[in-house]
Structures are given as C-alpha cells and as structure tokens.
Write a protein of this length. Structure first.
Length: 309
C-alpha cells in the first residue's frame, strides 16, 4: 500500500501540472470508487471546478477546488494516479505494461483495463485513477466537512513539528500494543505503513513486539528520529516500488534498494551482522534484527487500590 512518501511524491509531481487548470469533465467508470456516493453526483460536483491546490494528509491526496470543496483520494493497496499529457495520442502511450510491472495492464485498445476514474482538464490532459484491486476511493467534501473528516481518521503528521519525543511518549503512554501496531495506527501518527514502520524501528533499535507504553523518553526520541530519517530518505528516493506503486509518470521509486530490514529476511544486518528475521505482527509481515533491536521490558501494571469507604 502506498504510504506517506509515495503519496507525497505524487503530490509534488501533480501540483505544478494541475493547479490553475479547470476540470472540464469528470468520469467515474467504477461505482465502487465513490461508494456510497453515486458516481453521477461526484461527476457533477467536479465538473467546471478549477483546481486551487494539491495537498496531502497522511496517505490521502487532497485536490482543493475553487468553491472551497476538495476531491479527497486514497490509493489503498494498488491505486495509481497517472497524468496523460495533452499531446499524447493514446492513453497507452503514457506507460507500457512492462514499465508498470503488471502484465496486460492496458488493453490493445486505448482504454485502460483498470481505469476507475478520470478527470479531463482544460488543457487537454487527463488525470487517471488506475486500480487493479478496486480498493481505492475518491470523495468530494464540502469545505466545512474536510477538517472533521480527517480529525476522525488521522493523527499527527510525522514530518511536521508536531511530532516530538514528548508527544510520542504521551501517545504511547499506557498502551500495551506492540510498537509495530502502534506505528500503523493512523489515528496516532498519520502516513506510516508496514514498510516505514519496519525501517523506523530498525533505526531506533527497538523490537517491533515491545509494548508501546514501555518506552522511556530516550526511546521516544530514538523512534522520532528513526521515523523522520526513514521517511525523508524515501521521499528522496521517490518512494518504494515493491509491487504496484508507480509515480505520476509511471516510473518506479527506488527506496526498495535502500531497505535496511524490510523484505530482507535471511540477510545479514548491516549494523551487527545478525540474520534479519520475519515475524507476523497484527497480520502484517514484520522484519527486524534480533541482534540489535532491543525488546523493552513491559512496565508493571498498577494495582487498583480498593475504594475508601
């Protein structure tokens, strides 16, 4: 699933291409993309609107419109946003199936097999939402609905000044969930998924099964630094292309070549030489080094004192 670095890479590429452009027409080709909203309503809300800004919140991409509303999109597991330039004769010219890494992604005709929605812009270009597994989503929110929508779903942005060691310790206080699960909870820290949770914990030298509430201030600081370092490197590498993810131009990211532990089961740790192991935490494959990632001791639970009569 695309995480913060992948979505932010797309945002940075998309912003200069579409800001100031007007959406001439929107076409929803798969009703699941807007469910439970009817596709026709989403098409009507987008048609004729000018794009004012392109933003990101967690793993969500936000296209701000001139009436104060916003098109909010989530790529989920296999979603990709692609831009077909106005001078491209066919959609298939944008990218070949071989470059995308998925066989027969494009039909022999100009139609894209997994195309779920598209926005036709006033310069002749088209923004395409392609999604093989159909989990991706798009919703148009009114201006007064946007903050409430994200407040119910997302916590602190990890690359903002809001993420501090003190704040991490406060979020983790009393939590018995494993650190890996703690990092995947979007209501706490937004944008971190399976890949960068592994990479951040390795940098912090923390075992993924350590209870979140067992961290001391020095562990919280190490984890904050690990999160920032992993995400910033991934942004520099334009994200990770392990399976389906490609950027706005259909090109692969290269962060997968820089992984320290993720998907490196059986290989030697770059820090201590111990063999990288794989376990399952919360249903997710989790990679770590048993030699240098310390499993913190759980803090004893406070006994409840009997109420005074």
């Amino acid at each position: 699933m695309p995480e913060l670095p992948e979505v932010e890479t797309v945002r940075r590429q998309l912003e200069p291409e579409v800001v100031g452009r007007r959406i001439e027409r929107a076409e929803v080709l798969d009703e699941r993309w807007t469910r439970p909203e009817p596709p026709a309503r989403t098409e009507d809300l987008l048609a004729g609107r000018r794009i004012e800004a392109v933003e990101r919140r967690g793993k969500y991409l936000i296209v701000r419109l001139d009436d104060g509303a916003a098109l909010v999109m989530h790529l989920r597991m296999t979603g990709n946003l692609l831009l077909r330039q106005a001078d491209s004769a066919q959609v298939a010219d944008l990218m070949t199936a071989e470059r995308l890494g998925a066989p027969r992604l494009y039909e022999a005709s100009t139609a894209v097999r997994h195309l779920r929605a598209r926005l036709m812009l006033d310069d002749g270009s088209e923004l395409l939402f392609i999604d093989a597994r159909r989990f991706g989503h798009g919703i148009v929110l009114a201006g007064d609905e946007i903050d409430e929508y994200f407040a119910a779903r997302l916590g602190v942005e990890p690359l903002s000044e809001e993420l501090t060691a003190e704040g991490l310790c406060e979020l983790a206080a009393g939590r018995r969930a494993p650190l890996k699960s703690f990092l995947l909870n979007q209501a706490g820290i937004a944008g971190i998924g399976n890949i960068y949770a592994d990479e951040a914990l390795f940098r912090a030298r923390l075992h993924p099964l350590s209870q979140a509430g067992s961290m001391k201030p020095e562990h919280c600081e190490a984890l904050r630094e690990g999160i920032v370092a992993a995400l910033e490197l991934a942004l520099e590498m334009r994200g990770s292309s392990i399976d389906d993810y490609r950027d706005l131009r259909g090109e692969r990211g290269s962060m997968q070549d820089e992984f320290l532990v993720h998907t490196r089961e059986g290989q030697p740790c770059s820090r201590c030489g111990e063999e990288i192991q794989r376990i399952v935490v919360g249903g997710r494959s989790t990679y770590f080094c048993p030699g240098c990632q310390v499993r913190l001791r759980a803090r004893p639970r406070r006994r409840r004192t009997a109420a005074r009569r």
